[in-house]
Ligand binder design. Structure first.
Ligand code: FAD
Length: 486
């Protein structure tokens, strides 16, 4: 039996980078295959990060991070108009408390202007507290970037993937690349499911983006996981930050940020800890206590009793200390590796650049007339006139998740968009059900029933999520504030 399939471009990894590239390539003629080892897109670093669309001033001028972060930032508003994933340009501040901090803020501003971030301003105390009334009153200076913003990183990634599929990209989940061979036409990519033929291979495998080139005998860089942990608080704490509040970076690190999220929660984090295991996404009590205490230097009055959850993401830190975006010495094999922060921000600009690399390597970027840049939102905003209630016979009014006001119609829609999901986590990241104050106590059985009904499977087959599930220690860490108070 011949189980080989032919594609022009095979992308390994459906995080924000693989999905951005897939969506960009879907503008052009050609067969594109996106391979993902997990059971959904956005299951790696792209689901667990700060969700900040950075202004682009702090990445070192001349680095790839510096080049792509500002370009990417400027693309987000238009992308959100097309894809409806949710983006808010709320601005950011780096807070300073003395003249030494002011020196650092000025240096950041200078680096920013080299990166073409020309809307930065240094604010003084009165203006800062007017804009951010809950900030530490001892604040003296802030570097203000009005064009920084927040997004929901997984909703963004899902939107990219859905639109790519709508425009002809083939996505294969649960498909792990286990070997690659060069041949006269391109590459044979071996997976745990089947073999595929591609003229070009793009390595966007995140934490594993050093293992993919090794399959071809290339050993040009290595990737090291660096964990960042977070605390997510209820929406009743969200008013404590109108935008993103950074601390002045020092020899000790970048500090801890306090930010509102796109959906209006308050979030604290991340720390930075080198780890050996690329799957080590648990949180630890020590780190959470450190995050709370350090975050209080920026905003004193948040109440940790309103903690919803803690989580961690792993940065794919490269031995080159920068993004790696280049065709390797093997023609047609392109690395888009070591994409740590600001990878979400940079992703749309990286995707355009990668299309250019493909073109230089001989791929014909011929525009497809049928390309449709638009994707409808899943979450329908509910205004004060929304009259939904639990068990309403109308699916558009039948509230399944009371905390986040998620309707049956939204859940059903999320399940029929071209990506096969049969787990609660997939529905959660698309609709926000189970993300509110009760963390799924009320709605999990109701969501399970809908998934089973819509996917025509038994309820017992509906899983909570794949790898990286809410592990037991994380559940315990939800109650970490009790330990701080005792
Ligand atoms: C703590 C933290 C905070 C951050 N904050 C921000 C921020 O505020 N703003 C910002 O712009 N960026 C931020 N980032 C960076 C951003 O999250 C990353 O740059 C981005 O998510 C990287 O995307 P990716 O697609 O390269 O990797 P991933 O999202 O990890 O995707 C890689 C995918 O490849 C798949 N894969 C791996 N091996 C294989 C294989 N053999 N076969 C098939 N599939 C495979 C994985 O399963 C995974 O889904 C942060 C990152 C972290 C960890």
């Amino acid at each position: 039996m011949n189980n080989k399939k032919n594609y022009d471009v095979i992308i390994v990894g459906a995080g924000v980078i693989g999905c951005s590239i897939a969506r960009e390539l879907s503008r052009y003629k050609g067969r594109v295959l996106l391979l993902e080892k997990e059971n959904d897109v956005s299951n790696g670093a792209s689901k667990a990060n700060s969700g900040i669309v950075h202004g682009g001033y702090d990445a070192k001028h001349g680095s790839l991070k510096g080049t792509f972060s500002r370009k990417g930032n400027r693309m987000f508003a238009q992308l959100d108009k097309e894809l409806n994933f949710g983006y808010l340009e709320c601005g950011s501040m780096v807070l300073g408390y003395n003249e030494k901090d002011l020196g650092v803020l000025k240096a950041l501003m200078e680096n920013g202007s080299k990166n073409r971030v020309d809307d930065l301003r240094i604010l003084e105390h009165d203006e800062i507290v007017k804009m951010e009334p809950h900030v530490n009153p001892e604040v003296k200076y802030a570097l203000y970037c009005p064009t920084a913003g927040v997004t929901s990183p997984y909703e963004y990634t899902i939107a990219l993937a859905e639109n790519a599929i709508h425009n002809g990209v083939v996505l294969k989940l649960n498909t792990e690349v286990i070997g690659i061979e060069k041949n006269e036409h391109g590459f044979t990519v071996e997976t745990n499911q089947a073999k595929f033929e591609g003229r070009y291979v793009i390595n966007a495998a995140g934490l594993y983006s050093d293992t993919i080139p090794r399959m071809l005998g290339l050993d040009e860089f290595s990737i090291h996981p660096r964990r960042g942990e977070y605390i997510l608080l209820n929406k009743n704490q969200g008013h404590l930050a109108n935008g993103v509040l950074f601390q002045t970076p020092s020899d000790k690190g970048k500090g801890i940020l306090v930010t509102r999220t796109y959906h209006g929660n308050l979030m604290l984090g991340p720390n930075a800890q080198e780890v050996d295991d690329a799957e080590a996404v648990g949180t630890s009590l020590d780190a959470l206590v450190y995050i709370v205490n350090t975050a209080r230097q920026s905003v004193k009055d948040f109440d940790v009793k309103y903690t919803l959850t803690s989580f961690a993401g792993l940065r794919a830190s490269s031995s080159r200390h920068d993004f790696i975006i280049e065709e390797s010495i093997i023609k047609g094999f392109i690395n888009v590796a070591g994409i740590e922060s600001p990878g979400i921000t940079s992703s749309p600009a990286i995707a355009v650049h990668v299309a250019g690399i493909l073109e230089k390597s001989g791929f014909n970027l011929e525009k497809k007339e049928s390309f449709d840049c638009n994707r409808k939102p899943i979450i329908i905003p509910k205004d004060d006139g929304f009259t939904g209630r639990v068990d309403d016979p109308d699916p558009e009014k039948n509230i399944i998740c009371k905390c986040e006001l998620v309707t049956e119609a939204e859940i059903v829609d999320s399940l029929h968009r071209g990506i096969l999901i049969e787990h609660i986590d997939g529905v959660k990241r698309r609709t926000r059900c189970t993300m509110g104050r009760c963390q799924g106590m009320f709605c999990t059985p109701r969501v399970t029933k809908i998934i089973a009904r819509e996917m025509n499977i038994d309820e017992s087959e509906v899983t909570e999520r794949g790898k990286g599930s809410l592990a037991l220690p994380e559940r315990e860490n939800r109650m970490f504030w009790k330990k701080i108070e005792s």
